[in-house]
Ligand binder design. Structure first.
Ligand code: IMP
Length: 183
């Protein structure tokens, strides 16, 4: 799906597909250098990180493995509470593994902060985070993100895996959702 297919649902185009791919290539070069000689486990957080995972993993020139988790955050409405429930757990034993959590976006940071702590207790050698987007103004807890793509304003964004009510995940780029869609 292109921006032109949902033009009236957007107030702003933030990143085109090409810009996203260029940023993922940059992050991939850093990851390759940092993990040379190892085989990191990329842990994708369903469902938003599917596109980031697919493109980042193919960009990497070092061997990797992939696994997936699905988590849901208890909270009221759209507010994340930081209390997280695992809906789908990993199939991989983390003992001695170098783990890289792959996320689409960090908003309050509560989910990721919990997830990193959870994975760290499973015997992983290291746990780092790659996130394509981060909203610094929305942070409720500071999360140390080693590989960060773009910082964005505190607005609701869609596309490239990110949804509103399960829609727009298949938009190639990323844009700001127009208020008339959700109000
Ligand atoms: P956090 O615990 O508040 O950091 O929650 C992060 C999760 O909220 C992300 O993995 C997304 O699923 C969702 N999310 C946060 N901001 C947005 C947004 O602007 N668009 C779509 N989903 C978002």
């Amino acid at each position: 799906m292109e921006f032109s297919d949902i033009e009236s649902d957007l107030t702003e185009i933030l990143f085109t597909e090409d810009e996203i791919h260029a940023k993922l290539a940059e992050l991939a070069r850093r990851i390759e250098a940092d993990y040379a000689g190892t085989k990191p486990l990329l842990v994708g957080v369903l469902r938003g990180a599917v596109m980031v995972m697919a493109d980042l993993a193919r960009e990497l020139t070092i061997p990797i493995e992939m696994d997936w988790m699905a988590v849901s955050s208890y909270g009221s409405g759209t507010q994340s509470s930081g209390v997280v429930r695992i809906l789908k757990d990993l199939d991989t034993d983390l003992h001695g593994r170098h783990v890289i959590i792959v996320e689409d976006i960090i908003d309050s940071g509560l989910t990721l902060s919990w997830l990193r702590g959870n994975l760290a207790t499973r015997g992983a050698e290291s746990v780092e985070i790659v996130a394509l987007l981060r909203k610094p103004d929305a942070a409720k807890v500071e999360v140390d993100v080693k590989y960060e793509g773009f910082q964005i304003p505190n607005a609701f964004v869609i596309g490239y895996g990110l949804d509103y009510a399960e829609q727009y995940r298949n938009l190639r780029g990323i844009g700001v959702l127009a208020p008339h869609v959700y109000s």
